[in-house]
Structure formats: C-alpha cells, structure tokens
Design a protein around this ligand. Structure first.
Ligand SMILES: [Zn+2]
Ligand SMILES: [Zn+2]
Length: 455
C-alpha cells in the first residue's frame, strides 16, 4: 500500500511537507517553513508523524518553503536519514544559517518552539547525504514490508541550482514529485530534464502559476528587452532601481542578466549592488558551474563588478549615484533589506522599483506592485499609509513553469493519477480542469492538508 499525507500547507505556497508511506517505509518529501507565519504556526504539523514510521527525508531544493523546517524535524526525529542533491546540500548550509538569524530577530515566545543553533545546523548539514542528478539510490525503512527496495532518483527540475524532481520506484510502481519545476530556460538555469519519467503511476505536481494568465508573464527574452528599456530610462534620469529578489535563484539569474546586457552595451553601465547570503549563494553557483546543466558555464558571478549594499549607511548615496540594487526578500517581507530600502525608494520621484518574481498576494511586494505611482499605500496591515512617488514596473522572470507548460509536463509524463500541490485553490482548479478536459484518462486529486490519500 502507498499512502500520501500532506502535513504542511496544501492550498497555498507555505510549509511544503508531504508524508509518503510505501509499504511501511516512511518518507517525507520536503520539509518547508511558512515564510509569512511565525513560531509554531509556520511549521508543518509534525505531531501527525508520531503514529507512523519515518525513515527518510528527501529535499527537492533549498528554498525556505521546502527546507526551512528541517532543523525542527530533526529536533523531534533525530534518526531520520536525509537526501538531497549535492548542490542543495551546499546551499542548505548557507540558507539555514541565514534563517537562524532571521528566526532570532522575529522570535516568538512559545514553549514548544525552540530555535535551533548554528552548531545544530553544522551537524545537520554534515548528515545530509548529497547525491548526483540521475544517480539511483535504494532505500528500505525499518518496517518495510514490500517485496523490493524503493529506488529514488533526483532529476534536474530547472528551477534553481540544485533543484530536483524526485522519482520514487517500488517494484513496478512509480511516483514522481516535481518539487518546484521550470520547463523553460532562465539566464543561468536550463529547463527541467524529464528523461525517463514517462507513463508513471502518480505525478505530484506544483501549480504556482496555475491561476496566472501566461500573457501577463511573457518570456525571458521579451521581459529582458522591456526591463532594459525601463532601466535605461530610470538611470538616464539620474534615478536608482530597487529589484527585490530571492537571495537564492533570482539574485543570481538577474545579476547574470544585467551583466550580459551591460557587456553587450544594451544596458547603461551602472553600479550594481548585492549583499548578504545572496553573495554566498552566488559563490556556490560559481563553484558548481561545471557540475550541473546550465547556460554560460564560463560566467563567474563573483567577477561581475558589484558593491555591497550593507556598506551603504546613507541612502542619499543612491540619489547621487544611479545604481541597480538587488536586495532580498523577493516579496518585500517586513523587516528585510528590500523592505527597509523601499521606504526610502518610495519617497524619490526619479527612482523605480522593478518586481521580477513571484509575489504572494498577502505580501507587501504584491500590495506595492498592484498599486500605482501617486497612490497612498499601507505596506502592512498596521503601517501608516504612505505615498508612492517612485516608478513601479512589474516584470515576470519566471523560475516556475507557466501553466501551459505544467500541462505539457502532465502530457509528457502521462501519469495514471495527478496530485496537485504548491498553489492556491484557483491555481489547482485551472490545472485540474485542463487535465480532465484534455486527458480524461488521468485521475486528478487536489492535496488536502492533513488528509490521507491512498495512491
Ligand atoms: Zn522554490
Ligand atoms: Zn516553492
């Protein structure tokens, strides 16, 4: 028997964490933390696991919504064996150390919520077993009752460095979990590799852009042209540009895009600012450039001229020196660098904020990007309304598949059953309905949090 139980969020992009029981072997797919919740509420409901065997954790990639609660899981279940790609293991170290600092800043007083230490991260990361893409490993839990072992294989998901879709095979049954998956190329990443993933039993697929009309998203090349046009305009009028980005993935993609456009003399040469954990992660991109599928293997991100945003104390610097600032968080969450800079940016008429990635509709980034220059805006529920003087421009440089590509993935993989995850209800509805319309032989189920499903 195979059982599937979501224990984090199933109807939004939150704490991704899915329990699979394959003939007595317990496997967690991802172990994320909710980026906008605090304390105990931000974690998956680990107590549900007390009644089941848990042997292994497989991590698809190192974004917080997929790995952030791993240290909390290990506090509770120290015996679990963790697998990820080698690159995800490397990024996990930087990402989890950074997350401790953020957790400590936003700490809440709860009895059963103990923030882990940097030493615990060291120990945890050392214990992660890094494997190569396309390498197959056999697993068997303590209470495994199946006739054969479970084979797992990580396939390149094309989302960020190290990202993987995970194939699980047990006798003649196959399950494929996409993690976050991108079908098309970005500036550095190449679209996903699905070789060998065909005619499977169950496809567990993300639906991030399921509710988003792809006409709004455009393509990397058309969006690049538009971004360059706007950037030149702002720089030539003496303004600076803030681009809120995730430290992991979008920072590296946009940095490489800007550099290439400057090298081709399409973008006016100007100062680029980066900082913090984004830089550490860029080093990992550099170190692993020959080990993974990617564009521009020769490009070293650390050799791109860039200044450190944390060395600028007086923000009026940006009035005198037109600059492009890449600052996290990508959704401009309260307390982050992009949020702090935004307060200054909003006051400046000649400045601009460019949105480039996914923004959840409950975040300050979403509120800002859905507002207008000249309007007053409350960035958070409790903040004072403030006037937006700067230019706002929304771009889409997707690192997730657009919805037509999600449908292409379903068609190619041709599963017996699809389980929809990692998207809101509208996103899951769109994909679910299209699958039923075009591929009526495929069964569709939407994952429901804390509800067990037989696969
Ligand atoms: Zn991701
Ligand atoms: Zn995600």
């Amino acid at each position: 028997m195979m059982h599937f139980l979501p224990i984090g969020e199933a109807d939004e992009i939150g704490a991704n964490c899915f329990y699979l029981n394959i003939f007595g072997t317990g496997i967690l797919l991802d172990c994320g933390i909710h980026p906008r919740k605090k304390g105990h509420d931000s974690l998956p409901n680990f107590s549900l696991l007390d009644q089941f065997p848990l042997d292994f954790v497989l991590i698809s990639h190192a974004h917080q919504d997929h790995i952030g609660s791993l240290p909390f899981l290990v506090q509770r279940f120290p015996h679990v064996i963790i697998y990820s790609t080698n690159q995800t293991k490397e990024i996990a170290e930087a990402a989890l150390h950074n997350a401790v600092n953020i957790l400590a800043q936003n700490s809440v007083n709860e009895n059963d919520f103990r923030i882990y230490s940097h030493e615990e991260i060291e120990f945890l990361v050392r214990s992660i077993r890094g494997i190569n893409y396309n390498e197959t490993i056999s697993l068997k839990g303590m209470r495994h009752s199946g006739s054969s072992e479970i084979n797992i294989t990580f396939k390149d998901a094309g989302h960020i460095l190290g990202s993987a879709g995970i194939l699980l095979e047990h006798s003649d049954r196959k399950i494929f979990f996409t993690g976050d998956i991108n079908f098309s190329n970005q500036s550095i990443m190449i679209g996903c590799d699905l070789k060998g993933i065909r005619n499977i039993d169950v496809l567990i697929i993300e639906t991030t852009y399921g509710a988003t009309d792809s006409k709004l998203i455009g393509t990397w090349s058309s969006e690049t042209e538009r971004l360059i046009k706007w950037a030149n305009k702002i720089i030539n009028q003496g303004g600076s540009i803030l681009i809120p980005v995730f430290a992991l993935g979008k920072t590296q993609e946009i940095l490489s895009l800007l550099y290439r456009q400057m090298a081709m003399r399409k973008l006016t040469e100007t100062n680029i600012f980066t900082g913090g954990v984004g830089r550490e992660i860029s080093d990992i991109y550099d170190r692993s450039r020959y080990l993974v599928r990617r564009n521009n293997k020769e490009l070293l991100l650390k050799e791109i001229p860039q200044q450190n945003i944390f060395e600028i104390e007086d923000l009026s610097y940006f009035r005198k020196n037109p600059s492009i600032v890449l600052a996290s968080s990508g959704m401009i969450l309260e307390g982050t660098t992009s949020f702090k800079l935004l307060n200054y940016w909003m006051q400046q008429k000649s400045f601009a904020v460019f949105g480039v990635g996914y923004m959840d509709d409950s975040t300050p980034g979403y509120r800002l990007m859905n507002s207008k220059t000249g309007a007053k805006i409350k960035l958070t529920e409790f903040s004072e309304p403030k006037k937006i003087n700067c230019t706002l421009e929304r771009f889409f440089f997707p690192s997730h598949s657009i919805r037509e590509d999600l449908l292409q993935i379903v068609k190619y993989v041709n599963p017996r059953k699809v389980v929809l995850v990692h998207g809101d209800l509208n996103a899951k509805d769109w994909l679910g309905q299209k699958i039923l319309e075009f591929y009526p032989h495929i069964k569709v189920a939407s994952a429901v949090n804390e509800k067990m499903m037989v696969l």
